[in-house]
Design a protein around this ligand. Structure first.
Ligand SMILES: [Fe+2]
Ligand SMILES: [Fe+2]
Length: 407
């Protein structure tokens, strides 16, 4: 079994999984022999890759097979990272299995690559809600939001916005333009021919979708000053990008339209932490150091130290910057999706975060796999059997997009 890119499909290959379009509509059943007409239909409906029987088509980089002792060690280390979750839960069992497999394949036997941090004398621990209070009262200065973010926001909010309106805003930033073109030309979309203009990308993908992507990328690029001794920015971005891609693919499995919103929500889900590390390094250092020595989940340690966690911090900013409500819903509730106004998309980001932490693709500072909101999981009505194909699709797309992290 293996994933094959749409451009590598040949008539006669046999499907190992159902093929659905990005909105979840069934295009071809499992075990069907692929004909040329099917390949054409897959391309029309934006299918980027399919699972083929008897062929390991996964092109993602691999360090090769492991010896049995090494495998055992990886399994044991991975189990330690799952110590805050219910290992008997069917979803967690499957995520654990996939995580061990992925970590073995990519030789990740420990995602805990953070530097040992010594606590610093400083800031007022145990100030309860003081930190959020200070933020609300603007006693803490945060970066000015660039005008491009406001303009993209206006384009998203205005139903009459045209492809040209979006292109005009985006093209003012050459780096944003280059990143967007990289995404639309990757297997994330899988268009058969090269897209070299933003206006064409907007026509093919949609005004709101491209604006949303541009907004997410602009926001995450704003905060790039994490002190190296706290956490590697690259590692943070890897975690964010993987979570965004997995959120989007899970959304496609649930037949949710506008999957870009889910990508952006996943990309930004831990933005609160990025702000914390960039602007409050002393507090961050103490929180990370305490979480390490106590083996506490990081978001609980944040609450213990600051009186609020990274989701509260980002909620405040998303409101202040008047960003789309859907972002607030999905980002604020990514650790407690059942409490969200729209639990379904928040649950997808929640699940994507759990899977990303399990796989160990980068880190936002958390060492452990965060607990699953069981009520949200039950309401999602998703079979854990889909995690295997979701992670294979996601990691394939991830490795193709990883180079955009040099932003
Ligand atoms: Fe988080
Ligand atoms: Fe996360």
């Amino acid at each position: 079994m293996g994933l094959k890119h749409i451009n590598d499909l040949k008539p006669g290959m046999i499907l190992d999984e159902k093929v659905r379009d990005i909105n979840g509509r069934l295009l071809l059943k499992k075990d069907k022999v692929i004909q040329s007409s099917h390949i054409r239909i897959f391309k029309i409906w934006g299918v980027t890759e399919v699972n083929i029987q008897g062929n390991n088509g996964d092109k993602s980089p691999s360090k090769g097979p492991q010896n049995p002792e090494k495998l055992e060690k990886i399994e044991e280390n991975t189990r330690n990272l799952f110590c805050h979750v219910d290992m008997e839960h069917p979803a967690i069992k499957e995520i654990f299995r996939i995580s061990v497999e992925f970590r073995s394949k990519h030789n990740l036997d420990d995602n805990d690559k953070m530097i040992a941090l010594a606590e610093v004398d400083n800031p007022a621990k145990g100030n309860g809600n003081n930190f959020l209070h200070k933020l609300r009262n603007k006693k803490i200065t945060l970066p000015e939001i660039p005008s491009i973010v406001f303009e993209l926001n206006e384009v998203i909010a205005n139903p009459l916005s045209s492809a040209e309106d979006v292109a005009q805003v985006v093209q003012r930033s050459p780096s944003l333009t280059a990143l967007l073109l990289k995404i639309v030309n990757s297997p994330f979309y899988g268009f058969p021919s090269k897209i070299d203009k933003i206006s064409l990308a907007v026509t093919l993908i949609g005004t709101r979708e491209i604006s949303g992507l541009a907004l997410g990328i602009s926001l995450i690029s704003l905060f790039n000053k994490i002190p190296k001794e706290i956490l590697s920015m690259y590692s943070f971005l890897r975690h964010s990008l993987a979570c965004g891609i997995i959120s989007r693919i899970l959304a496609a499995h649930k037949s949710i339209p506008q999957t870009e919103q889910l990508f952006v929500s996943g990309l930004l889900h831990d933005l609160g932490r990025l702000i914390l590390y960039s602007y409050f390094p002393d507090e961050s250092r103490n929180i990370l150091s305490r979480a390490r020595s106590s083996n506490m989940l990081l978001y609980r340690q944040e609450t213990d130290y600051l009186g609020c966690n990274h989701t509260h911090l980002v909620k405040h900013l998303l409101q202040q910057w008047k960003l789309p409500m859907v972002l607030e819903n999905n980002v604020f509730f990514h650790h407690s999706p059942q409490d969200a106004q729209q639990p379904l998309p928040a649950t997808l980001v929640h699940l994507a975060d759990i899977i990303t932490n399990g796989l160990g693709i980068g880190t936002s500072g958390e060492r452990f796999v965060p607990p699953l909101d069981n009520a949200a999981w039950e309401n999602l009505e998703l079979s854990p059997n889909c995690f295997d194909v979701v992670t294979k699709q996601a990691t394939h797309q991830y490795f193709e997009l990883e180079s955009m992290l040099d932003m």
